[in-house]
Design a protein around this ligand. Structure first.
Ligand SMILES: Cc1cc2nc3c(=O)[nH]c(=O)nc-3n(C[C@H](O)[C@H](O)[C@H](O)COP(=O)(O)OP(=O)(O)OC[C@H]3O[C@@H](n4cnc5c(N)ncnc54)[C@H](O)[C@@H]3O)c2cc1C
Length: 395
């Protein structure tokens, strides 16, 4: 077992860190105050990041990305957690791995322009009546002699106002349950696609979360992503990696950034003629946060190793999703406490972090859903999770 980071990875992490500190951090408060990122500034950070080769790095090399391993991707995503999701999207891109299964035509029309930063897509699965139960969607794609007719609605679609296409889940065979769900690539300007309201959120300022309506949108087989009926499986497999990166790794990064601020404040803020950090009850909050961050990071790297080793990774991803998200929430809560009134005051970033991290326990599968995955898997395989050699050996 070797925990050393390679020289290349160290260099990449330093570059990302510097970029975030110099180019993105200064924009955070402005985005928070205005509720959006100026298009000129979005373009500027995109161009600078692209020039440094930092755009769309999660993509395989042959498609124009950096060809990083899952472990390397998580180290990179952990750094992304130091800033806000909207700035990460604009500066470093957001290419969903489900697109790697695109055919040649789809690769040219959707995937490659996304890798280049010429197009942006969102994933549209959730519906008002189907959230945690993603197989209960009502959106239908009816087969026609020329292709498909898509009808239904979605909501909470992240970055939907900015996106120009959507990866949409729809029922293609109502009699087949989750095996009757397929994915479609749907451009926003197709006739029959309507954007509804932007649903205002507690945090994550600067981006949109929209309703989408589809009224007999005419699609062809060119819009069908992967095999007909494989949509749910594609969602489970590829979105697991997105979850590990965008929730797991970014939660670790966010928690570690908040912890840094907490330690600095505890050293500089004096009460009763002593720095706060000399009070044992404050030390306990710092110690618990250090343990939370490092435990979450260790779990994240282990899960990434499972992915890289082509092992069954679903329960590991769920463990990271629950633990890293909840650790970040605990750390943010302790930070508000240590910062006292300033932690609750909008003059500092702590109250924003507190609001921003809350969603990590809900989206991409609520903690309760992931806990049931972990429990069912543990009961099925009788796996001793803390044993380096699980009962029955490695799978
Ligand atoms: C800011 C934000 C961004 C989002 N971005 C996207 C996006 O880009 N694309 C997209 O498709 N969706 C997106 N979503 C939707 C998100 O994935 C769902 O909100 C999430 O899956 C939960 O679904 P729900 O909100 O309908 O909650 P529900 O399914 O109604 O669940 C509510 C609560 O009930 C409990 N619960 C539910 N089922 C169970 C169970 N089986 N066992 C125990 N407890 C249970 C959990 O505590 C859960 O939090 C986003 C949501 C938000 C808020």
């Amino acid at each position: 077992m070797n925990f050393a980071v390679s020289d290349e990875m160290e260099a990449l992490i330093s570059t990302i860190r510097r970029f975030i500190a110099t180019e993105l951090k200064p924009l955070e408060q402005e985005v928070e105050d205005k509720g959006y990122l100026e298009p000129t500034k979005a373009k500027e950070i995109f161009q600078k990041s692209k020039a440094l080769g930092l755009y769309a790095m999660n993509v395989p090399e042959h498609l124009g990305g950096a060809g990083l391993t899952a472990l390397e991707t998580m180290m990179m995503e952990e750094q992304f957690g130091h800033t806000t999701d909207i700035l990460v999207r604009r500066a470093f891109g957001n290419v969903y791995e489900v697109l790697f299964g695109a055919n040649e035509l789809q690769t040219q029309r959707w995937l490659l322009p996304t890798v280049q930063g010429e197009r942006t897509g969102s994933i549209a699965i959730t519906e008002p009546e189907a959230g945690s139960d993603a197989a209960a969607i009502q959106t239908r794609a009816l087969k026609t002699p020329t292709g498909w007719l898509l009808s239904g609605r979605k909501h909470f679609i992240s970055d939907g106002l900015y996106s120009d296409y959507f990866i949409v889940s729809a029922v293609t065979d109502p009699s087949a349950g989750s095996r009757g769900i397929s994915l479609f690539l749907v451009d926003k300007d197709y006739p029959g696609v309507t954007v509804g309201k932007d649903q205002m959120m507690m945090g994550l300022r600067g981006t949109s979360h929209i309703e989408l309506f589809f009224d007999e949108v005419a699609l062809t087989d060119d819009n069908l992503l992967g095999e007909e009926g494989s949509g749910f499986k594609q969602i489970l497999t590829t979105l697991g990696r997105v979850r590990l990166a965008q929730v797991g790794a970014r939660s670790v990064g966010k928690a570690s950034h908040i912890l840094d601020l907490m330690i600095e404040y505890a050293g500089n803020r004096y009460q009763f003629k002593k720095p706060l950090g000399e009070f044992q009850m404050v030390q306990q909050m710092i110690a618990d946060s250090v343990i939370d961050v490092n435990a979450a990071r260790a779990l994240l790297y282990r899960a990434a190793w499972e992915v890289d080793s082509d092992r069954e990774d679903r329960d590991w991803i769920s463990m990271v999703k629950v633990h890293a998200a909840e650790a970040a929430n605990r750390v943010a809560d302790r930070a508000v406490q240590i910062f006292g009134g300033m932690g609750y005051c909008k003059e500092l970033s702590i109250e924003r972090y507190y609001r921003d991290v809350r969603i990590s326990r809900i989206y991409d599968g609520a903690s309760e859903i992931h806990r049931s995955v972990i429990a069912k898997d543990a009961m099925k395989s009788g796996r001793a999770l803390f044993d380096s050699m699980p009962i029955g050996g490695w799978r």
